[in-house]
Design a protein around this ligand. Structure first.
Ligand SMILES: *Cc1c(COP(=O)(O)O)cnc(C)c1O
Length: 427
């Protein structure tokens, strides 16, 4: 097998899986399961991987917080100078609650409401990443009503294929995101005439879990073509925002290193005379994905004629990616078996308790497991807890952040009271 996802921050020591210096078994005993465990050193390493490619450049990192919006995770990035890419007013409230700076927030998303626009304008965010002509008109009118001017970047759809899962590809013509490349120049010219709009930049985001360089280089070229065309009309483009989307290791993927990828992108930008411009990036998954694992307990083993099931206490409501995208997560025991896996060991489908056939976490996995064992689901730092739900009236899991040999509870386990609190009974 290739490296364990999350290595070296998640690693086996004397047969026991650790996050940094803390054994996961001890965490599960103290805090129960399912339990999300994050490694602070892994977060730092992921951020440093980007920064390694930025020496001598003008780049701002805006963490795409929908990947994992826990307040402690946000604070970690805010303290290190990052801004945020948000997709709702709720996410802006989280940034503020975490002590983040609204002036370092860019606001993406195809369906911003007037109330969200007002909130973001009043807080003084850095930029609205506008995704349609209709949105531009509404933003202009909302800003004018407030007597403010909205800072705007236009999200352009560069029509490049990121070669990833269709549900996480966003930069193709037929996706709902962004303004079509061949309309963009006209929209920039129109935006420049709107009194309550100030053009700040251009942006794109072509998809997620991208594991090759070519789509990034193509998208950058398409974006720079537009910058040239827009500036030829006398409209200045202050910043160039290349979005996020860099992939991580779930199984045996080998995505480009962030720093190396950016050195190539800057070489391309240099060749076209744009290397010293202000750049923004919006990475999500690649900053947090491999920094998390979910610990779950084996409730039952259920042998079958064709299929063996390993039923665990985490489910699609905790880890929605397999059900949503048929995504693969590596699953491994928290305590390694002493004997190697026999060649005739059964293959298990690892499934949760939720009443849906789509509730699976892994299929046909070679596992040496017994009832009561603990398993770790790797690469669970991104798009897991932030997508978790209460389906089947299941309280959401607790989250802990490990730093060296210390551990902080950064979200307590939900209670059944929490779940019922918003509801009332009709008399
Ligand atoms: C989701 C999103 C990102 C982050 O994508 P990752 O694949 O997690 O890096 C960045 N920008 C926008 C506009 C997004 O919607």
């Amino acid at each position: 097998m290739t490296n364990l996802p999350g290595a070296p921050f998640f690693h086996y020591h004397a047969g026991e899986l650790h996050a940094e210096d803390v054994p996961l078994r001890a965490l599960a005993e103290a805090h129960g399961t399912p339990l999300f465990v994050y490694s602070q050193a892994a977060l730092q390493a992921a951020l440093d991987a980007y920064l390694a490619g930025f020496a001598g450049r003008n780049v701002a990192v805006h963490y795409a917080m929908k990947a994992n919006s826990n307040l402690s995770i946000l604070r970690f990035f805010a303290e290190r100078g990052c801004g945020f890419d948000i997709v709702s007013g709720g996410e802006l409230a989280r940034v503020l609650a975490a002590g983040g700076d609204a002036a370092k927030v860019v606001f993406s998303g195809v369906g911003k409401t007037r109330a969200e626009m007002r909130f973001a304008l009043e807080q003084g965010i850095a930029c609205f990443n506008v995704e349609s002509e209709a949105e531009l008109e509404v933003l202009n009118s909302v800003a004018a009503e407030l007597g403010l001017v909205a800072p705007v970047s236009l999200r352009v759809n560069p029509d490049v294929d990121p070669q990833t899962h269709p549900y996480i590809s966003t930069g193709l013509k037929n996706n709902k995101f962004g303004i079509a490349h061949d309309r963009a120049l006209g929209v920039f010219k129109h935006a420049a005439t709107l009194p309550a709009i100030a053009i700040k930049g251009i942006d794109c985001h072509i998809g997620s879990q991208i594991t090759t360089e070519a789509p990034y280089l193509d998208a950058l070229d398409r974006l720079l073509d537009l910058v040239e065309a827009v500036e030829a009309e006398g409209i200045a483009i202050g910043h160039i925002d290349c979005g996020g989307g860099l992939g991580i290791q779930y199984r045996d993927e080998q995505p480009p290193q962030a720093g190396a990828l950016w050195q190539k992108l800057f070489a391309r930008a240099d060749a076209r005379g744009f290397g010293q411009r202000q750049f923004l990036i919006e990475p999500g998954r690649s900053l947090v994905g491999n920094a998390g694992a979910c610990v779950t307990e084996v409730l039952y083993l259920k042998p079958g004629e064709d299929k063996h099931f390993c039923i665990v206490d985490a489910a699609m409501n905790d880890l929605p990616r397999p059900a949503m995208y048929e995504a693969y997560h590596t699953i491994a025991p928290v305590c390694k078996a002493s004997a190697p896996l026999p060649p005739d060991a059964p293959l298990y489908d690892v499934v949760g308790p939720v009443c849906e056939s789509g509730d699976w976490l892994g299929r046909d996995r070679a596992l040496q497991v017994a009832q009561g064992d603990l398993l770790a689901v790797f690469s669970a730092g991104a798009y897991s807890m932030s997508m978790a739900s209460n389906y089947n009236t299941r309280p959401r899991a607790a989250e802990v952040l490990v730093h060296g040999s210390t551990c902080h509870i950064i979200r307590r386990r939900e209670t059944l009271e929490d779940l019922l609190a918003a509801e009332t009974m009709k008399a």
